[in-house]
Design a protein around this ligand. Structure first.
Ligand code: ADP
Ligand code: MG
Length: 707
């Protein structure tokens, strides 16, 4: 049996076929029940074809065992309830906010639920509808349920819906949960038989997981939670297997075809740097530097990721690598994502190189035409030098005479094309990528494919750990007083607001409002400035420069504060609406403080649900970026780790490598065995699987390539 990933499944042998042929590649817009508007909404969920629809799997399940009885809910409790709407209406509040309210009843009792600012729900929710609500109970004239998630199960649903397993799907505006479920109800039976297994049967039995068609039925329409779990395990196993295969193949490729420059460790400039450093290197820095020197002095092209928590000292490691290139007569380039960071690196390098009688070259878009030409001329020569810059380094007309090392700082903020472009500015230069997003090593290997990874898992000595606390809304005045005393002492503070909504506009409004309140209120006699995403890069950099120079006391900002910025005098990071942030994001933000000798503070201000409080306790109790990242992964999944999903990245939709440990072990062993017998997966037995991998990960395979 041959597998054809896009081919039709019938009618090939000359039989006339009436109407569009049914295939998994059929676009959902051609399905009954989907019009242009719904097709649009589905596209936002990443659903284009019927195959995508079948793989749009529930993010959770509810059954009697997970649903709370309404009568048992106490103020402060979080939980999921299912009940029928017995009355509803829109209540205006004094502040002009309109609140949709409904009374929900299950067999145990009734509760009022309130949706502030969502009067439009009155149109879609009818008396008699059964709602599934997840949220918390707060005090508002007695008990009131505050839903985080609202799912309308419809009117015809009987109360015993609660007893069955209910699959809950990720939905979007314009395509409700109910519609997704209805669409699947309508088409599942037709298309499921077209799904063919592409994994070898031996693997499935080793991993003890069902076949793909069975698994899809189990995840969509399980008869028990246990069955849903079994179905999920098949999909998770597949992801883990594929990513392991990708990873192993990338590594094999890296071992064979990567001839590069063979530098000699002359210990000339590097030794001089070492004896002139104002500090001792940490053990982690020594280890990482050694790993880099080993790569650079081998005949293979270096392709290494230096990963280290904020403040762990990656810059000086990059400097050692650069000097090794220079003492071999080559040029080294360090590329940073913003002007400001490039500037900061240039200053750091200038300071450290001065005792060696060297200075870095600076190359950004903001240089005057004359300065830029002068820099370009030196770059084009074969003079050994270190250049620091922005993406101006990879612009079409920048030429390097003899590039031997390319360093990309904050590598995840560049596109593939930009990374590739820098690597192509020389003849197979060694590549060092740097990132402050701490991800556990095993995962780093899985995600980054053929990259070698060095980790700085140690902070330089003498750093004061940042004291992190959570404070309720009622403590706001006290918290602001505290910030003010710090400013009084000559320190500086950040106040960070979340992107409240997808919409920049709303975020901007919130930031502007907070800015006005603080500027005219509590901090009226302080120097306050605002930083937000709508400002152009130049204006942003200008504000950050003023902050760094100490000309601003309190900086109010959306999340755009430069990650790599080093302002040792800043000692307070006040985060509003901490519930809106990922743990890693909070950790990165708090890395902006605690960079000097003074004690520093990170304050999470606002009222949060007990669930959130528990989640936030991870950052309150630990200053370890790796621990925080691990918890984040467990709680929120891969996408959020980077703040945003990089399109096409080989991350996981279903699997969680930190939890599916055994499954991942099996997948890794299976992948190893498969590739040892059939390195290119070119055998007939593996053809189907290979086709699926190629189709699914085409872009991911490109992602970390540098040459
Ligand atoms: P990051 O890894 O976040 O890029 P940096 O390279 O900017 O960190 O280093 C943060 C600060 O720590 C800088 O001011 C740097 O000079 C200092 N630093 C780096 N290594 C050491 C060390 N071994 N001992 C003391 N301070 C160090
Ligand atoms: Mg840095």
């Amino acid at each position: 049996m041959s597998y054809s990933p896009s081919g039709p499944s019938g009618g090939e042998r000359g039989f006339p076929v009436r109407g569009p042929r049914k295939s998994l590649d059929t676009l959902v817009m051609y399905l009954t029940g989907v019009g242009p508007a719904r097709a649009d909404a589905l596209r936002r969920l990443g659903i284009f074809t019927v195959r995508d629809l079948l793989h749009h799997i529930p993010h959770r399940y509810e059954d009697a065992s997970t649903i709370a009885k309404i009568s048992k809910l106490r103020i402060g409790d979080a939980g999921t309830i299912v009940g029928r709407v017995i009355s509803k209406g829109i209540i205006p509040t004094r502040k002009g906010l309109r609140v949709f309210q409904a009374v929900i009843k299950d067999e145990s009792g009734m509760i009022e639920a309130g949706w502030p600012g969502q009067p439009f729900l009155d149109r879609s929710i009818k008396v008699g509808d059964v709602l599934l609500l997840a949220g918390t109970v707060r005090f508002y004239h007695g008990r009131q349920f505050a839903p985080r998630e609202t799912i309308n199960l419809g009117g015809e649903e009987t109360d015993d819906a609660i007893g069955r397993v209910l699959a809950v799907y990720p939905a979007t505006e314009g395509f409700s949960f109910k519609q997704i479920r209805a669409l699947l109800d309508r088409h599942l039976e037709t298309y499921l038989p077209l799904v063919q297994e592409y994994l070898p049967a031996a693997l499935l039995s080793q991993a003890v997981v069902p076949t793909l068609p069975d698994a899809l039925r189990m995840v969509h329409r399980p008869t028990s939670l246990e069955e849903a779990q079994r179905g999920r395990s098949r999909l998770a196993y597949e992801e883990l297997l594929f990513v392991n295969i990708l990873h192993l193949r990338a590594r094999a490729l890296a071992r064979t075809a990567r001839i590069g420059i063979e530098f000699t460790n002359r210990r000339d400039l590097t030794s001089k740097l070492k004896s002139n450093l104002p500090f001792e290197l940490t053990n982690a820095q020594v280890r990482a530097t050694r790993e880099i020197v080993k790569d650079m002095t081998s005949g293979n092209r270096m392709h290494r990721l230096l990963q280290g928590d904020v403040g762990s000292g990656k810059t000086v490691v990059a400097l050692f690598a650069s000097l090794l290139a220079m003492e071999n007569g080559y040029q080294a380039a360090v590329m940073a994502p913003t002007e400001l960071l490039a500037e900061q690196h240039a200053m750091t390098f200038a300071k450290m190189l001065a005792p060696l009688g060297l200075s870095p070259l600076f190359m950004t878009g903001s240089l005057t035409a004359k300065a830029r030409r002068a820099a370009a001329t030196r770059l084009e020569s074969t003079e050994p030098l270190l250049v620091v810059g922005t993406h101006a380094l990879v612009s079409g007309d920048t030429k390097f005479g003899r590039l031997g090392l390319a360093v990309v700082d904050e590598q995840h903020r560049f596109g593939v094309e930009q990374r590739l472009a820098l690597g192509r500015k020389g003849e197979r230069p060694d590549i060092l990528l740097m990132s402050a997003t701490p991800i556990p090593r095993s995962l780093a290997l899985t995600i980054y494919g053929d990259l070698e990874v060095s980790i700085l898992d140690e902070l330089p000595p003498g750093r004061q750990p940042v004291t992190t606390v959570r404070r309720p809304e009622t403590a706001r005045a006290k918290v602001l007083d505290f910030v003010d005393t710090q400013v009084q002492k000559g320190r500086q503070a950040y106040v960070v607001l979340p992107i409240i909504d997808e919409s920049e506009k709303i975020a901007l409004k919130a930031a502007t409002k907070a800015y006005d309140e603080l500027r005219k209120g509590r901090f009226s006699d302080r120097r306050v400035a605002l930083l937000h995403g709508r400002m152009d890069a130049e204006a942003k950099d200008e504000v950050m420069r003023r902050f760094r120079a100490g000309d601003i006391d309190v900086l109010i900002s959306t999340t755009v504060i430069e990650v790599g910025i080093d302002v040792p005098n800043a000692t307070v990071m006040l985060i509003e609406h901490p519930e809106r942030f990922g743990l890693s994001q909070i950790h990165q933000l708090r890395g902006r403080v605690g960079r000097g000798a003074e004690e520093s503070f990170c304050i999470l201000l606002g009222d949060v649900s007990p669930d959130t409080e528990e989640r936030l306790s991870v950052v309150v109790n630990s200053n370890d970026g790796f621990k925080v990242a691990e918890a984040d992964l467990r709680l929120r999944g891969m996408g959020d780790l980077f703040g945003q999903r990089q399109h096409g990245e080989a991350t996981f939709k279903v699997a969680n490598p930190l939890e599916d440990v055994e499954l991942n072990e099996t997948a890794r062993e299976n992948a190893l065995e498969m590739l040892s017998k059939d390195p290119n997966l070119s055998s007939k037995a593996n053809a189907a699987l290979n086709a699926v991998i190629r189709r699914r990960y085409a872009r991911a395979m490109e992602l970390f390539r540098v040459g």
